[in-house]
Design a protein around this ligand. Structure first.
Ligand code: GTP
Ligand code: MG
Length: 195
């Protein structure tokens, strides 16, 4: 995949009407601070088009990035961020739910989980819920640069087991720091959006 162009086209807040796009969409979902926006920047080969932060809760809107005039990367708010009010968390949850259940051109959901840790209860619920809605999942295990290479496989297996990952789903270890996994993700996205 060769990135010729990437632009932030649409930003949707809690009450916004979601755009009716013709092009395929690929969504990035995961708990707050797991590295969704960093991953999108790495894929778009832009340093900071998607805003990132060390503090969780950075992305609070649904952001549609149009890539090469051929598809959208959709950056979603993170879930499970304990420091925002229950009310706001519920609103973000509803916004994510509305997006997943009402986006006809959504082709692939990338679920991000930190490769260092056991998936959270929220990660498990999210995975099951995405599968319930019939989507294929690309499980992206982030921050792989923070682990020794020798233990990567052990962690991948631990997370696959905890989530009970379906045979049809794909798993990639990824790092926005070293770009590990980027080519694999490009290949999967390339195959997805033409099928
Ligand atoms: P929210 O928008 O708050 O839900 O977070 P997010 O999932 O978009 O995370 P974001 O991309 O903002 O990254 C959170 C923090 O993790 C930032 O400090 C990033 O620099 C760091 N980070 C993201 N990806 C990686 C990675 O692959 N390796 C390392 N070492 N740090 C990463
Ligand atoms: Mg973000």
């Amino acid at each position: 995949m060769h990135i010729k162009q990437a632009v932030l086209e649409t930003v949707c807040g809690i009450t916004s009407v979601l755009p009716k796009n013709d092009l395929p969409e690929i969504a990035f979902l995961g708990k707050s601070n797991v590295g969704k926006s960093s991953l999108i920047n790495t894929l778009m080969q832009r340093k900071s088009l998607a805003r990132t932060s060390q503090a969780p809760g950075k992305t609070q809107t649904i952001n549609y990035y149009k890539v090469n005039d051929s598809l959208y990367f959709v950056d979603l708010p993170g879930y499970g961020y304990a420091k925002v009010s229950q009310e706001l968390r519920q609103k973000w949850g509803k916004m994510i739910e509305r997006y997943i259940t009402s986006s006809p051109t959504l082709k692939l959901i990338c679920l991000l989980v930190d490769i260092r840790h056991e998936p959270t209860e929220n990660d498990r619920l999210m995975y099951d819920w995405i599968k319930y809605h019939g989507y294929k999942v690309l499980l992206i295990l982030t921050k792989a640069d923070k682990l020794k290479r020798s233990v990567l496989n052990k962690h991948i297996k631990m997370i696959e087991k905890a989530l009970k990952v379906a045979d049809e789903d794909m798993v990639v270890a990824f790092s926005s720091e070293t770009k590990q996994g980027r080519e694999e993700v490009y290949e999967i996205i390339g195959n997805m959006s033409i099928s």
